[in-house]
Design a protein around this ligand. Structure first.
Ligand SMILES: *[C@@H]1O[C@H](CO)[C@@H](O)[C@H](O)[C@H]1NC(C)=O
Ligand SMILES: *[C@@H]1O[C@H](CO)[C@@H](O)[C@H](O)[C@H]1NC(C)=O
Ligand SMILES: *[C@@H]1O[C@H](CO)[C@@H](O)[C@H](O)[C@H]1NC(C)=O
Ligand SMILES: *[C@@H]1O[C@H](CO)[C@@H](O)[C@H](O)[C@H]1NC(C)=O
Ligand SMILES: *[C@@H]1O[C@H](CO)[C@@H](O)[C@H](O)[C@H]1NC(C)=O
Ligand SMILES: *[C@@H]1O[C@H](CO)[C@@H](O)[C@H](O)[C@H]1NC(C)=O
Ligand SMILES: *[C@@H]1O[C@H](CO)[C@@H](O)[C@H](O)[C@H]1NC(C)=O
Ligand SMILES: *[C@@H]1O[C@H](CO)[C@@H](O)[C@H](O)[C@H]1NC(C)=O
Ligand SMILES: *[C@@H]1O[C@H](CO)[C@@H](O)[C@H](O)[C@H]1NC(C)=O
Ligand SMILES: *[C@@H]1O[C@H](CO)[C@@H](O)[C@H](O)[C@H]1NC(C)=O
Ligand SMILES: *[C@@H]1O[C@H](CO)[C@@H](O)[C@H](O)[C@H]1NC(C)=O
Ligand SMILES: [Fe+2]
Length: 511
């Protein structure tokens, strides 16, 4: 009982920590499994043109995480091993990562991780995934694309909010949420681009202050130990909720502000007396540790840095993921890099991210991958309190323009808003018909405890369409070399409620 021992040492006793699965083969999210080796929270990520990283969590360390796999469900005749089973202070789980290599492109595989059939573990099916299309493969494909997706249910977005304040939009009694919609629609996209704000475990404090877990003083101002344990519990539950999808569809993530620390950047309220600072978080729940430990993005394969900036190809498209939170280069300070209550990064050397971005774009072979799509967390064009010339725009927008990035998608603001192609505040005169400027789309309306945001009275210049009252996710379809369609899918009924198609000749100005 290593992990329970570890919790006891840290003094992190809580209801969540004490509850153990009954051993009847069904894992209850937030509980400790009866068999600590039980594989949970499976998640995939592309790892170079012929690779796939299989990650999962267990409540104890694995000496040698292992994946058996093959291209037929009855023939898992290949085995990949690793030694990557790591944890961090305050975590209850170990994160296991195994990279499969030399896979064939656009090929279906089946896999099983260590201890899948272990005693007292839940019954698990064989999982399956399909590898990326080779660069230059012009077969049409779709991806799911969104930001700001949080935990659903009792501890997250549900039909209720705390009595001491909180959002005015939550879920209707029988409303299908975004995780459910993504699961139902799993056959309509190949993988997921999730551009920051992943789970919102750091909302435990805000939810508490708003009385979601009781209105007595102790509930409204939980002590550090409670915050630490429940942060992990919320995170575990979110990964449990996602795993029916992410065990089979690669989940390509970008860093958002809610991955940074345990307390939502020192969330405080006017009604509750508190002194919530960075120091409230234990070591292990600051500086993006949760994000670094849980995921394994292909930065090694693309010369990027950890899960912060990296790229990968899929068929006719080159995908790039960036970090808007830290490491903006050129002496610019990231929004939560040196802020009083949320000190994070830097994760690279001076100017490393932008230098890498330029080099990565220089090296794109647009004969093979005519489309270049960037995902990053914070927007600059958005009709909800738009920031004025923010540092992250200064860092990236001109590079996107110079290198003819086609599309960039962002979130952070909890609306869906599609712009006309625009650069430096000037809308491209060509509109969607072969513009020179990139096409920005904000899609932060997937849903989390705090509900949705509301558009300002006046839409920002260049805004083409927006929705601020319906949870949903995006589906981006690459038809061919010249046409891509972005759709907004309402999670409540999985129907397309907005659709726009971009046409690009792709006769490049740069060599
Ligand atoms: C993985 O480990 C198993 C033993 O646990 C061994 O039989 C196998 O050869 C290893 N595979 C590789 C690729 O290292
Ligand atoms: C945190 O973890 C590190 C390495 O695992 C360890 O050296 C350190 O003592 C831990 N800190 C606390 C406060 O437990
Ligand atoms: C939700 O579904 C239940 C069971 O079908 C039904 O009784 C209830 O009226 C529904 N509530 C709403 C708000 O639609
Ligand atoms: C709870 O907090 C309020 C306001 O800070 C305080 O007046 C009250 O004495 C506290 N109650 C208890 C039982 O500590
Ligand atoms: C907040 O900090 C002040 C000064 O350090 C201290 O007197 C007070 O007790 C603290 N309040 C709480 C609720 O911890
Ligand atoms: C943030 O603060 C640290 C410590 O003061 C400093 O070394 C670093 O240069 C600052 N980062 C930026 C981007 O200004
Ligand atoms: C955050 O982690 C990075 C990488 O480990 C480290 O270089 C940096 O100094 C840390 N920043 C803070 C504020 O702890
Ligand atoms: C953006 O527009 C402003 C004027 O509105 C101009 O001063 C600036 O040079 C432009 N920046 C770029 C990168 O074109
Ligand atoms: C909006 O954009 C158009 C086209 O670029 C420009 O003519 C107009 O001046 C802009 N309006 C504002 C308020 O910036
Ligand atoms: C590319 O796809 C679009 C949308 O499906 C279609 O209208 C167009 O004809 C296609 N172009 C070619 C060259 O096939
Ligand atoms: C799906 O839900 C959206 C948002 O509530 C609504 O606007 C749309 O009409 C619905 N579509 C269908 C086909 O029911
Ligand atoms: Fe955010």
């Amino acid at each position: 009982m290593l992990s329970l021992l570890k919790l006891a040492v840290l003094g992190l006793a809580s209801v969540a920590a004490a509850q153990v699965d009954s051993g009847n083969g069904v894992h209850v999210p937030g509980n400790v499994p009866a068999n600590l080796y039980e594989p949970l929270q499976h998640r995939l990520a592309f790892a170079g043109v012929d690779g796939m990283t299989i990650s999962w969590s267990s409540f104890t360390k694995l000496e040698q995480p292992q994946v058996a796999y093959g291209d037929h469900p009855s023939r898992l005749d290949m085995i990949a091993n690793s030694t990557l089973s790591t944890t961090y202070n305050t975590s209850r789980t170990w994160n296991n990562h195994v990279k499969l290599t030399n896979l064939k492109p656009a090929t279906q595989y089946w896999y099983k991780v260590s201890y899948t059939n272990a005693a007292y573990a839940a019954y698990r099916p064989l999982y399956t995934f399909t590898t990326a299309r080779a660069p230059g493969d012009m077969t049409p494909f779709s991806i799911a694309s969104f930001a700001d997706l949080g935990l659903m249910g009792h501890d997250g977005l549900s039909t209720r909010t705390g009595p001491l304040g909180g959002p005015t939009t939550f879920l209707g009694a029988n409303e299908t949420n975004t995780i459910q919609s993504l699961l139902q629609m799993k056959d309509t996209y190949e993988f997921i681009g999730h551009y920051g704000d992943i789970g919102y475990a750091d909302y435990f404090l805000k939810e508490s202050i708003q009385g979601l877990f009781g209105t007595d003083n102790k509930s409204v101002l939980p002590d550090r130990e409670t915050v630490a344990t429940r942060y992990e519990s919320l995170s575990e539950q979110f990964f449990d909720q996602m795993s029916p999808i992410t065990a089979e569809k690669p989940w390509m993530v970008s860093p958002g502000n809610h991955e940074a620390n345990c307390n939502n950047g020192g969330y405080s309220s006017k009604t509750a007396p508190n002194n919530i600072t960075d120091d409230y978080c234990f070591e292990g729940q600051t500086n993006f540790t949760f994000y670094i430990e849980h995921f394994k993005m292909p930065s090694y394969e693309s010369g990027g840095r950890n899960n912060f900036w990296y790229s990968y190809d899929y068929g006719m498209t080159h995908f790039i993921s960036l970090d808007t939170e830290t490491d903006l280069g050129h002496g610019l300070v990231g929004p939560i890099e040196n802020s009083t209550n949320n000190q994070n990064g830097p994760f690279g050397l001076m100017d490393e991210q932008v230098k890498w971005l330029v080099e990565d774009l220089e090296n794109v072979d647009r004969k093979k991958t005519p489309w270049v799509v960037v995902g990053l967390h914070r927007p600059w064009y958005v009709s909800v309190e738009p920031p004025t010339w923010p540092a992250w725009q200064q860092a990236f927008e001109k590079i996107f323009y110079d290198y003819e990035v086609d599309i960039y998608t962002q979130g952070h603001v909890h609306v869906y808003e599609r712009f006309n192609p625009i650069f430096n505040g000037t809308v491209d005169a060509n509109g969607m018909e072969n513009p020179r400027a990139p096409w920005p789309i904000v899609n932060g309306a997937a849903g989390h405890y705090d509900g949705l945001d509301t558009f300002d009275d006046v839409r920002y210049n260049g805004s083409a369409f927006g929705i601020d009252d319906t949870y949903g996710w995006g589906r981006m379809t690459f038809h061919n070399k010249t046409h891509v369609t972005y759709e907004y899918i309402a999670s409540g009924n999985s129907s397309v409620v907005d659709s726009a198609t971009l046409y690009k000749e792709h006769k490049f100005h740069k060599k």
